[in-house]
Ligand binder design. Sequence first.
Ligand SMILES: N[C@@H](CCC[C@H](N)C(=O)O)C(=O)O
Length: 289
Amino acid sequence: MMDRVFFTKGHGTANDFVILSDPDGELELTPALVAALCDRRRGVGGDGVLRVVRAAKHPEGAGQAADAEWFMDYWNSDGSIAEMCGNGVRVFARYLVANRLAAPGAEGLPVATRAGIMLAVVEADTIRVRMSTPKVYAASTATVGILTVPGLAVDCGNPHLVCGLHDGVELAGLDLSTGPAVDRSLFKAGVNVEFVEAAEALDGLDRHVRMRVHERGSGETMSCGTGALAVGAVALREAGLSSGSVAVDVLGGRLVVTCDEQGAWWLAGPAVLVASGEVTVPVPGHQPG
Ligand SMILES: N[C@@H](CCC[C@H](N)C(=O)O)C(=O)O
């Protein structure tokens, strides 16, 4: 069986998404269809799918419909569902504005997600999103090959483990082609793992770091917005700062994480739409009758 699907492709610092417009929640989105769309050789290719659906029309968005018209239904490329995607929200807001589905008011554009409502502020090429407050809640470790790195578990709506590299271990040398080994009893639903090294000081920023990430459900990606938020929270905490800005360099560019004087957390970076069209994807597992 083949499915014909209209799509838009977008990315935020090269964390890329297949965007599906489904305002009334009529699309039968399945893990197999998501995985087929995200397939980089047989499909459109992407780290995940963003389904654009009216909050009122999605069972997990309906409770937020009074405060946000649109719900970001986010799926990882393996067909699993995640609570939140920081780059995804920024690309989602770009899509809403570009397609005149929402106006980018000065007070921000609310986007409902499984982790609550995020507020997107469009500033030309940059989209800045008010995120939920990252919560550091446990110490743990991640193991890559023979290297075990201590880290901190951070809840950003979705789960993260932030591991700082020291003692001459280089970020570029890590093999993230498979997932790092983690404590499954702490991360029962899986975890996104960020590895971090310090970078040179930048004017106007309190900290500057580089990170690579292995994402739950997507593998190593070029960027992860909630991952950057988790990394920014750990960097400010380690610097003893209750507010400030952290530049987080990812393989796909730069994100800036800010905790403002009011204690609100922001994620800023570019968000771009690059293509749209129609794709015909085989639905794996379907036996021709
Ligand atoms: N790339 C995203 C995070 C996507 C979800 C993640 N893989 C998970 O399963 O929690 C981001 O930009 O935050």
